[in-house]
Design a binder for this molecule. Structure first.
Ligand SMILES: [Fe+2]
Ligand SMILES: [Fe+2]
Length: 497
């Protein structure tokens, strides 16, 4: 039996009070030599009870005492970094894990290109780095807050478990960013770590930093769309930060990406299983027309046009998270080496310094779209957004295959980049999904066909009934092809207390 197993057992056999008394360095999986770094240990020991208070107050509502089949990251070995077992969420072993150090790693881009990466924060870049870490860190607890009521309406125990898995891992991502703040940013860092537990998603007086993280995730369709589209923004940001010249940030983000993959899997397969249920129900009832909405909804499944409208909403809101397409802050982050482009180290075709390079950015000039050559340095966000849009397409293609295979004439598509945007080049411009610029009056008259309307949301809400029996699934979602960690179909993923 490994030491990790012993720890899990110890944890379960002692009361909560005893657990708090266990040395933190032993209780949290870590590869940052927590036990020997007294200052860091003390900072984490001060922060941890406040985190647990936040988790109890803002984490998944109603299931904190249930045993959930969760994976826990216990190391960074790609072949065996996680362990599975039933655990009560407040007892989850949130750890601090960095991807292994790459000896001899040099800065891949910007004005310090070719110099050794930094093991500490250069004074002149301190505030820029701190801000980036805080913004990334803020999204992690925000999504837990957005999703906190979903357990009660889970369409199966399998899905409920996946929700909670995503939630505890977003919690761990917060730990990852807090580790960087308290280890490398002194008193300022400790204050930021505290503030991360104080902001609240959707609150007017102290909201989360980014807009999309203040929207509600009111139902499971929203959750699946969020984990497919918005966690994918997380992936792009983490990938760009994984290129950072600040090596501890790079190593943190590289490990977080391993976990992020599961979140997008939950989203992609969630939507796919909904499509499977819809197509099967339509075929069984002999409905050929995907727009025969009333008849399709009467079967207790979500019509495909509604899935498209929901996808349109989540895609457009998430695209705003990339910030202004043309941005001097993004140029600074790149030039200083703090944040790279997607896949920076492997990009070919330019010098990674970009002093003279340009990039094509779509803008609106005199009421028309034009692709303009903009200095590449100032277009870093535009490029990351384009990479994101490309990255989204894979899931849509796989979803469309399911629809095609079922013999239904319908195709899910990505709306034009400018559709429904509030930030950047297209803020204030009305554009339909096909990419035609509209007047305000046209938009008002037609946008109900492109974004979820009240009747849509009411219908989705009517489907949100719990299905909490092992092996059973709500009408609107098909069972998964394989269980988590190859568990059988009737496995009790959550033992509800
Ligand atoms: Fe995350
Ligand atoms: Fe995530």
């Amino acid at each position: 039996m490994s030491s990790e197993d012993t720890l899990v057992e110890d944890r379960e056999s002692v009361s909560d009070d005893r657990f708090v008394a266990i040395s933190l360095a032993d209780a949290i999986p870590n590869n940052v030599e927590l036990a020997s770094d007294k200052q860091l240990l003390r900072a984490m020991e001060t922060w941890r009870p406040k985190y647990i208070d936040w988790w109890n107050e803002m984490g998944p509502e109603g299931f904190q005492v249930s045993d959930v089949y969760l994976r826990t990251a216990v190391g960074v070995d790609p072949t065996g970094w996680a362990k599975f077992g039933h655990v009560k969420m407040p007892n989850y072993r949130w750890g601090i894990l960095l991807a292994p150090k790459v000896e001899g790693r040099v800065i891949s881009h910007g004005r310090h290109k070719g110099e050794p990466v930094w093991q500490d924060v250069p004074g002149e870049y301190r505030s820029l780095l701190r801000r980036l870490i805080v913004v990334q860190g803020d999204t992690e607890p925000a999504s837990v807050e957005q999703q906190r009521y979903l357990g009660a309406t889970a369409p199966s125990l399998y899905d409920m478990r996946n929700l909670f898995q995503v939630n505890v891992e977003e919690g761990r991502h917060l730990w990852a960013m807090v580790y960087l703040l308290v280890k490398y940013f002194g008193k300022d860092g400790r204050e930021e770590a505290q503030a991360l537990l104080e902001r609240r998603s959707g609150q007017t007086d102290n909201p989360r930093i980014l807009g999309a993280f203040n929207e509600r995730t009111p139902d499971w369709l929203s959750f699946f769309m969020f984990t497919y589209f918005t966690d994918r923004d997380g992936k792009m940001q983490l990938a760009a930060l994984a290129e950072s010249a600040f090596d501890p940030l790079s190593r943190s983000c590289r490990f977080m990406l391993t976990e992020e993959a599961h979140h997008m899997f939950v989203g992609e397969t969630g939507v796919q299983r909904m499509i499977e249920a819809t197509c099967a129900a339509m075929n069984k009832a002999g409905i050929k027309d995907p727009y025969d909405t009333a008849a399709i909804r009467a079967l207790g499944v979500v019509d495909l046009p509604l899935l498209q409208r929901k996808a349109n909403f989540h895609m457009s809101v998430t695209r705003d998270l990339f910030g202004s397409e043309v941005s001097s802050n993004a140029a600074d982050a790149f030039s200083t080496g703090i944040k790279g482009r997607f896949n920076e180290a492997n990009l070919t075709g330019d010098d990674h310094v970009l002093t003279d390079a340009t990039y094509k950015v779509t803008r609106v000039v005199d009421g028309k779209f034009v692709d303009e050559d903009v200095p590449a340095l100032r277009s870093i966000n535009a490029r990351l957004l384009d990479d994101y849009i490309n990255d989204c397409q894979g899931g849509l293609n796989r979803w469309n295959k399911v629809i095609e295979k079922a013999g239904i004439d319908f195709k899910l598509t990505q709306p034009h980049k400018a559709f429904n945007r509030r930030i950047g080049e297209f803020a204030g411009v009305r554009v339909n999904p096909a990419g035609e610029i509209l007047s305000e009056a046209q938009w008002q008259a037609e946008s109900g066909a492109w974004l979820p309307n009240d009747a849509d949301m009411k219908f989705i809400d009517s489907l949100m009934k719990p299905c909490h029996e092992p092996g059973k699934y709500a009408t609107w979602i098909a069972p998964p092809r394989v269980g988590i960690n190859n568990q059988p179909g009737d496995f009790e993923y959550v033992k509800i207390v």
